[in-house]
Write a protein that binds this ligand. Structure first.
Ligand code: SF4
Length: 310
């Protein structure tokens, strides 16, 4: 049976926009609570996605340790990233990739990202204790807005004078687009639903640090009630799109109805590639896909027309 889509997060949005089929395969069947979907059996992630997940945890752990006066050796970062990955996958899968060049490269790149993150202005101010009041937050904390559970917690919040700063760190950043600001401001709606944070929009400043093409790009947004309302609408529109996609599969959950990515680069890191028509090249499979979708749209149109006549 098709499941009603009720969850929104930046990763889900990215997947929806970059490849509808990837969204459906990865997320559409996991609409239960976080503890159930977080057992990693329900969602299939590529090795690079898992390394990103591990890197984020290592970043937060290193920061917390710094707060407690514990400094890490350079080797510790790579080791922790590897251990984090190991805990996410089956022993059989780990055995296969343990000594691979791919894994070594991914870990080495992740370590470079963490090192360069420590060199950004915000991180230097935290490490040098210029920013005194800060805390790390868990992305698993969500708030419910009507029928949608929204996972958009910042990674770090800090307070300078009377302003609360909400910072999200994206290890796989994408170029800024027309919705970037509203996506970021979703953090304020999250914070306003957190009992320990203020409810007034003007008390917040939103920051994102995105790793794009080897550099950390810092963006800053100032919320207003109007923008926060638009941000909520964006999320609702996304969930609506998610539901339309799932509905498109029909009662037989026919995945062939769901469009493929428009961009080959999305396929390169996709864990579903071996079983996807795009495995032999996106261009040729896209033409085939369009033909399938056109054929089915025609059948539905005919059925609909006949129902109206009779
Ligand atoms: S391989 Fe490409 S088209 Fe297929 S699901 Fe993955 S991203 Fe989408």
């Amino acid at each position: 049976m098709n499941q009603l889509q009720t969850m929104w997060s930046i990763s889900r949005r990215k997947s929806l926009i970059n490849c509808p089929r990837q969204y459906v395969l990865r997320y559409s069947r996991s609409q239960n609570n976080w503890s159930q979907i977080n057992n990693h059996s329900a969602i299939k992630h590529s090795l690079s996605d898992l390394i990103i997940r591990s890197t984020r945890k290592v970043m937060l752990e290193r920061l917390e340790d710094h707060k407690n006066g514990l400094e890490w050796s350079k080797r510790m970062i790579s080791l922790k990233i590897r251990l984090g990955l190991k805990s996410e996958i089956s022993p059989e899968r780990y055995k296969i990739i343990r000594d691979s060049y791919k894994l070594r490269d991914l870990i080495s790149n992740a370590k470079i990202k963490i090192d360069s993150l420590w060199d950004t202005t915000i991180f230097r101010r935290i490490i040098n204790r210029e920013i005194k009041h800060w805390s790390c937050l868990r992305r698993t904390k969500f708030y419910s807005d009507g029928h949608i559970d929204i996972f958009c917690s910042p990674d770090i919040s800090y307070k300078i004078q009377n302003k609360w700063h909400l910072l999200r760190i994206d290890f796989q950043g994408e170029k800024t687009n027309s919705s970037t600001e509203l996506e970021g401001l979703a953090m304020v709606n999250w914070a306003k639903n957190n009992h320990f944070l203020p409810v007034v929009a003007e008390q917040y400043i939103v920051h994102t640090l995105k790793h794009i093409k080897g550099y950390w790009v810092h963006e800053k947004y100032i919320p207003s009630d109007e923008l926060l309302q638009q941000s909520k609408q964006l999320l609702e529109k996304d969930v609506n799109e998610m539901n339309k996609l799932v509905k498109k599969m029909g009662p037989l959950l026919d995945i062939s109805q769901i469009p493929l990515s428009k961009n080959e680069s999305t396929c390169n890191n996709c864990s579903f590639k071996p079983l996807c028509p795009a495995k032999d090249g996106l261009k040729s499979s896209q033409l085939e896909q369009e033909a399938i979708e056109y054929h089915n749209a025609k059948i539905y149109f005919e059925l609909d027309r006949r129902n109206k006549v009779f």
